[in-house]
Design a protein around this ligand. Structure first.
Ligand code: UT7
Length: 310
């Protein structure tokens, strides 16, 4: 049995924070942020909207899109580093709010790579025959752990949620290969103390190397060539990092997902938000070979090659 993505959905808060507004908050400029990161604006959740609230909105859309009900779920995995509280997990809160009575539930902590870790975990349960439907959510309210006086970090991040229902698909479709990795020795470059602390240059160097390498590896593993890739969804952290991954695969710009300019870096939510939007806009079509690739704190990384469709 092959596991694939059978439904997607996303939610981003309405409140937009522009680079111009950030100029009034810290010593930065719209020009610096645009040229160094590609970010123009990001969404910030209201005080009364926590991580689980955004997760619920995205999850309901993904369930509708998949055409299944919450009671059909066997498991819920929520990738986040900004849970409502340390425990109970966001996944358990979601299980209750959705009424997914049959579902096991846990959070996945792999920072910006969390959705990739969740997706690959879902694949194992489904292909192993234990479970049929797993909901994987990537969600962050980074605005609550960002130091709004630190220009090195506060200009980069945004809030949002993306969700995917993973279930059985036809032979030849679904997740064809994956790669997950970690290098704990690099943990010191990106972590949360009270707020997010980051050595941007070190993370940049790692990301540039790892994104391209992992994207190529998942294609190699299925015996296909870079030219066979129809669409690339890189973690939306920085346009310069995304461009390196794209060039490594040698694919055209219109074949790469782009939402970093409007949402900033939403960590674990970035790939599922991009995926959901691209499916909605018809950029991803039945039969397309799609590569998802992410990197993040840990340090961690993950990539998947999948043949789109049920
Ligand atoms: O999901 C994973 C999360 N993390 C990332 O993806 C981060 C990866 N790293 C990056 O995206 C980039 O390293 C940054 C966007 C964070 C920084 O870009 P950079 O080209 O690597 O800049 P830099 O760190 O070399 O800094 C250049 C200068 C510094 O000034 P000095 O030391 O050269 O005088 C910074 O102090 O830019 C300064 N700077 C700023 N200036 C205006 C740093 N942040 C800002 C800012 N506005 N917001």
């Amino acid at each position: 049995m092959n596991a694939g993505i059978i439904g997607t959905g996303h939610y981003v808060p309405e409140n937009v924070l522009t680079n111009k507004e950030l100029e009034k908050m810290v010593d930065t400029s719209d020009e610096w942020i645009r040229t160094r990161t590609g970010i123009e604006e990001r969404r910030i959740a209201e005080d009364d909207m926590d991580t689980s609230d955004m997760a619920l909105l995205a999850a309901n859309k993904a369930l509708d899109n998949a055409g299944i009900s919450a009671e059909d779920l066997d498991m819920i995995l929520v990738a986040t580093v900004t849970p409502d509280q340390p425990f109970p997990s966001v996944a358990c809160m979601l299980q209750d709010q959705l009424g997914a009575k049959k579902a096991a539930a846990m959070d996945v902590s792999a920072a910006c790579s969390g959705f990739m870790y969740g997706l690959v975990t879902a694949k194992q349960f489904i292909e192993g025959g234990s479970y049929r439907h797993v909901l994987v959510v990537g969600v962050e309210k980074l605005s609550k752990i960002v130091d709004w006086e630190d220009r090195n970090t506060c200009v980069l991040f945004g809030d949002g949620a993306g969700a995917a229902v993973v279930g059985p698909v036809q032979e030849g479709k679904g997740i064809l290969s994956f790669e997950l990795g970690a290098d704990g020795s690099g943990g010191k470059h990106l972590y949360q103390d009270e707020y997010v602390v980051m050595n941007g240059r070190e993370v940049f160097k790692f990301a540039v190397r790892q994104m391209g390498e992992s994207a190529v590896n998942v294609i190699d593993k299925i015996g296909l060539k870079k030219e066979d890739v129809d669409y690339l969804i890189p973690h939306q952290a920085n346009i310069r990092i995304m461009e390196v991954a794209r060039e490594r695969l040698g694919i055209d710009r219109e074949k790469m997902s782009m939402s970093v300019h409007k949402y900033g870096n939403t960590s674990a939510a970035s790939i599922p938000i991009a995926l959901s939007e691209d499916v909605e806009n018809g950029k991803i079509k039945d039969g397309d070979l799609v590569v998802l690739v992410g990197f993040g704190g840990g340090l961690t990384w993950g990539a998947v090659a999948l043949r789109w469709g049920k």
